[in-house]
Write a protein that binds this ligand. Structure first.
Ligand SMILES: Nc1nc2c(ncn2[C@@H]2O[C@H](COP(=O)(O)OP(=O)(O)O)[C@@H](O)[C@H]2O)c(=O)[nH]1
Ligand SMILES: [Mg+2]
Length: 316
């Protein structure tokens, strides 16, 4: 069966969590996250490709510079800092979702976040990524604890202009870091979604699709499921959020603004019973049965918003 390619461009201002969202989609710490000068190259992450694997960097006239079979965040960071490198292709087969279910090669295109709007070269790279990649979907990431900044407004204006000229491109707004909201002191997800919707409508986007997400938590859950290394801090954050998840699994899905059919799919998955107490009991009793807990973590991925985004990307 032939592979269909879907090009997904990811846009965000600095620190909204772009690298973390991409890592969460891939299920691994492939991209460096945290305070670092923004990406200064265009990176294309191919999730499923018939022949290639590894990574290749290219200069602006498309000639290859470096080639590696085993890729990690260190290699990508070094290439990223190399002035000769204009873009990088990474071929990864990380996500089990893509392996099993789909014949679609999701290609995530990571663009430099214009953290400072004066940076002309970043703007040019973004323009070139938009112009040259036959974009099917744009994931626009908003940081829920820092909405409506000037940089964000400029980036949204650019997006709006692009969409007006490319009506076939789907836009999904991701409201990231919702785990930091403090509901008890009145930071309600429902009102943040409402104000985000108004903000986006004011910026010219009619009926915006808005998916609340906790990318960091989704990444940690996926790494735990896969038995990958998780730091103590990450594990504490996850346990903390699991508490809230157990109280109300539907907390985020109910608030998301997207079509009801997709929402129902997530609702159904969230309604499956995971006998979590039994899982914990088995974990204590027998390490062999600890994997039962993975069922709860998979459900947590549906809760976190990451599953919703994957479902949308894999639907036609
Ligand atoms: N609490 C929380 N922190 C997050 C989340 N996503 C990203 N972060 C943190 O936000 C910071 C910036 O994230 P990063 O992915 O590097 O942002 P980028 O500059 O847009 O690529 C990092 O410290 C991340 O760990 C999230 O969903 N929840
Ligand atoms: Mg980043």
């Amino acid at each position: 069966m032939s592979l269909k390619t879907k090009n997904i461009l990811v846009m965000a201002t600095m620190s909204a969590g772009k690298s973390t969202v991409l890592n969460a989609l891939l299920g691994d710490d492939l991209l460096h996250s945290g305070n670092e000068a923004t990406t200064s190259t265009i990176m294309r992450l191919h999730t499923k490709h018939s022949s290639e694997f590894g990574a290749i960097s290219y200069c602006s006239d498309k000639l290859p510079i470096n080639r590696e079979i085993l890729v990690n965040d260190e290699i990508l960071r070094t290439w990223n800092k190399d002035d000769r490198v204009h873009h990088i292709d990474v071929f990864t087969k990380m996500t089990d979702l893509h392996k099993k279910k789909s014949q679609t090669n999701l290609v995530y295109i990571d663009t430099p976040g214009p953290n400072n709007s004066q940076d002309i070269s970043h703007q040019e790279l973004l323009d070139s990524a938009l112009a040259n990649n036959n974009i099917n979907v744009i994931l626009y990431i908003l940081n829920c604890s820092q909405l409506a900044t000037n940089d964000d407004y400029e980036l949204l204006t650019k997006l709006h202009k692009y969409i007006s000229q490319n009506k076939g491109t789907q836009v999904i707004f991701i409201l990231n870091k919702v785990d930091v909201l403090d509901e008890e002191s009145g930071e309600l997800i429902s009102s943040i979604i409402k104000s985000t919707k108004l903000y986006l409508e004011d910026s010219g986007f009619k009926h915006p699709v808005i998916i609340p997400l906790m990318a960091k938590m989704a990444l940690v859950a996926k790494k735990t499921i896969a038995g990958k290394h998780v730091s103590r801090k990450e594990s504490r954050m996850l346990i903390n959020e699991l508490e809230r998840f157990r109280i109300n699994k539907h907390y985020l899905n109910e608030q998301a603004l997207f079509n009801n059919v997709q929402k129902k799919l997530i609702r159904r998955q969230l309604n499956l019973i995971t006998p979590q107490l039994l899982h914990q009991f088995f974990k204590i009793m027998s390490p062999k049965k600890a994997h039962l807990n993975r069922r709860e973590l998979k459900q947590f991925c549906s809760y976190s918003g990451i599953q919703t985004i994957e479902n949308i990307l894999l639907s036609n």
